[in-house]
Design a protein around this ligand. Structure first.
Ligand SMILES: Nc1ncnc2c1ncn2[C@@H]1O[C@H](COP(=O)(O)OP(=O)(O)OP(=O)(O)O)[C@@H](O)[C@H]1O
Ligand SMILES: [Mg+2]
Length: 282
């Protein structure tokens, strides 16, 4: 199978309000795909339709070759899910909960391995209700992986993670990719998308406004930003010829015996592109 996920003309309304206006999307098997977009853009709605947890109102969807609107237990065993908000069993311990979930799958991972994978070794015997927010989120990730799924849906998997935990989660996600799994994730962290995604789509008000690899999306934009401080004023220049502009700036400063304070040269980032494409009123 070429694509783990195929979507054509996907539509969804809540009441009379349409929130997905005909999405087209392919996620090749074995890739990490990031769905980006502002709050309310329709990411969770899309992901939950693909997981078989919400009904679509129009269009076609195939997930691992199956229509998620007719999801069977067989289909559910092949996917792993981190929901945006999770409700777990507060009185079980971390280890017990993973054991419980492992029991739902035909060929689960060993729960002890999953505990290590998400960095909860020291919390293995702790009750779920005593975990911190970030630790709970790590447990959510563990619960998505315990069934050893082919396809993993991660809806904001690292929200609330400390920087070290986030890096660790990235390593886990890369590890899944190396095993040939497909990962669809949503995130509000552009550096996360940049670090992980083979491809991404930016969603705005229920429409895809850009799709491609991070590199392809940024390649069309060769502008470089140069910043420095002149007295109390911050000078910002955008140029397609950074070599020439920098040469002139530094030559002038040298001739005048001045320093270009706080000099920075910066390429456009995914965050710049994202902010442009999702800005209100465009
Ligand atoms: N169960 C629901 N009933 C009615 N409206 C809903 C429901 N779920 C989502 N919506 C609306 O659909 C739109 C898309 O919501 P969705 O949760 O898919 O956004 P999102 O992109 O995941 O946002 P966030 O980044 O905040 O998680 C929003 O306007 C939201 O208010
Ligand atoms: Mg969401």
């Amino acid at each position: 199978m070429e694509h783990a996920i195929e979507i054509r003309g996907l539509r969804k309304s809540y009441g009379r309000r349409e929130v997905l206006h005909g999405l087209d999307l392919n996620v090749p098997a074995g890739e990490v795909f990031a769905l980006l977009g502002p709050n309310g853009a329709g990411k969770t709605t899309t992901v939950e339709i693909l997981e078989g947890y919400r009904e679509r109102d129009g269009g076609e969807a195939r997930v691992l070759g199956v229509d998620p609107g007719r999801a069977t237990s067989d289909f559910r065993a092949r996917i792993g899910i981190v929901l945006q908000s999770s409700a777990v069993y507060p009185t079980l311990s971390v280890g017990e909960l993973l054991e419980l979930f492992a029991g739902y799958y035909p060929s689960p991972r060993e729960p002890g391995e999953v505990v290590r994978l998400v960095g909860l070794e020291e919390k293995r015997d702790a009750r779920v209700r005593t975990l911190s927010g970030g630790q709970l989120r790590r447990l959510d990730l563990g619960l998505a992986l315990v069934g050893d799924p082919e396809l993993v849906f991660l809806d904001e998997p690292t929200t609330g993670f400390d920087p070290a935990a986030r890096r660790r989660a990235w390593e886990t996600i890369r590890g899944l990719r190396a095993l040939g799994k497909t990962i669809l994730l949503t995130t509000h962290y552009m550096e996360e998308a940049q670090a992980l995604a083979d491809r991404l789509a930016i969603l705005r008000d229920g429409r895809i406004v850009a799709t491609g690899s991070p590199r392809d999306l940024l390649d069309g934009h060769t502008t470089v930003e140069i910043r420095y401080r002149s007295g109390v004023e911050e000078v910002v220049l955008e140029t397609e010829e950074p070599t020439r502009v920098l040469h002139e700036l530094t030559a002038d400063a040298l001739a005048a015996g001045r320093e270009l304070d706080s000099l920075q040269v910066r390429r456009r980032t995914l965050e710049d592109l994202y902010l442009e494409l999702t800005r209100d009123g465009e």
